[in-house]
Ligand binder design. Structure first.
Ligand code: TYM
Length: 328
């Protein structure tokens, strides 16, 4: 069975962007693939994290995985730091990575722009992400558009390793949704929707209560026209809202265009809010159940147990190929 792997950082509230760009596909793929889904806590610390908040967020993101429909009996759900092979392979791959490659990463450029001191972890972050993927020889990586460049680097590193040390790693392919790979901010359609935006009105958090969702969407920026038409170049705000609508209502973009022909934005935005609420409310109920049951600790432990052997085997093979003297 082909293997799928992906991860989400526990570094703030997850947004509808994370859900549409990534999690919805996690849920879909678990039916047909062997799946590994991680809370990437080692990635989260590439920017400062308050320890209690990091612990809370790690539990929260893992619980959101389950609440969104990832079934721990079908997919392995685990915390990256629970499988120490990630950090170790991350280091080995860092030594194969060129500084120039890391300097070209747009996420690094964005996150370090204007900062006086930038942690080295933020710079070498993509090598750790490559390790996450290659450790399991994953075939398919469901992500949003913003991770495409990191995946290209992962493919390059796998090829570089294979050509230096003999064919070993699978070259992974991205799996990116056709619509919704880049959900944009509600107040500025030139920026992606992001949990790190200081304006909470710019994103829908998966745990936003229904009335907050309605308010945020009613205030979402549109344009001075009145046509509900999908045209990302000329109508970026409306097109973004249409992508969200399409995912939450399970309809196509052209069905939305037909449905709101000649009606202006009012009715469209109102219905959009109800579709988003209807998508998130069941997830929020399930989330509350999972959190109060305390089951997530066992789920994470079980996940780490399931994947550790595979991870350790890869690490051992890689070390052997690279010329490390193996113990014993
Ligand atoms: P992270 O935590 O920033 O985001 C998690 C996933 O959500 C997607 N995403 C979006 N998709 C559409 N529209 C948006 N506005 C939006 N915002 C976020 C991201 O593309 C991502 O798929 N480096 C990764 C985590 C990671 C990983 C991995 C992913 C670590 N190791 C191995 C895949 C495989 C990250 O920071 O994602």
């Amino acid at each position: 069975m082909p293997r799928v792997l992906s991860g989400i950082q526990p570094s703030g509230q997850l947004t509808l962007g994370n859900y549409i760009g990534a999690m919805q596909n996690f849920v879909k793929l678990q039916e047909t693939h062997e799946c590994f889904f991680m809370v990437v806590d080692l990635h989260a610390i590439t920017v400062p994290q308050e320890p209690a908040a990091l612990r809370e967020q790690t539990e929260s993101v893992a619980s959101l995985f389950v609440a969104a429909g990832i079934d721990p009996t079908k997919a392995s759900i685990f915390a990256q730091s629970h499988v120490s092979a990630h950090a170790e392979l991350g280091w080995l791959l860092t030594t194969l990575t060129y500084i120039g490659e890391l300097e070209r990463m747009t996420q690094f450029k964005d996150k370090s722009a204007g900062k006086d001191s930038v942690g080295a972890g933020l710079f070498v972050y993509p090598a750790l992400m490559a390790a996450d993927i290659l450790l399991y020889n994953a075939d398919l990586i469901p992500v949003g558009d913003d991770q495409k460049q990191h995946l290209e680097l992962t493919r390059d590193l796998a090829q570089r390793f294979n050509s230096r040390y003999g064919d070993y790693f699978t070259i992974p392919d991205p799996y990116i949704p056709k619509v919704g790979a880049r959900i944009m901010s509600l107040d500025d359609a030139s920026k992606k929707m992001s949990k790190s935006n200081p304006n909470p009105g710019s994103y829908i958090a998966l745990l936003d209560p229904p009335d907050v969702i309605r308010k945020k969407l009613s205030r979402a920026t549109t344009d001075s026209g009145r046509e509900v038409k999908y045209n990302p170049a000329e109508k970026p705000e409306v097109s973004n809202l249409m992508s969200i609508y399409a995912h939450c209502a399970g309809v196509t973009l052209s069905e939305i265009e037909t449905r709101y022909e000649g009606q202006g934005y009012g009715a469209f935005k109102k219905d959009l809010a109800e579709h988003v609420v209807a998508t998130l409310e069941p997830l929020q109920h399930k989330y509350a159940e999972i959190r109060s049951s305390g089951a997530i600790h066992d789920i994470l432990k079980q996940g780490a147990d399931e994947v550790s052997e595979k991870a350790n085997r890869t690490l051992r093979d890689v070390k052997e190929r690279m010329g490390f003297l193996l113990p014993g």
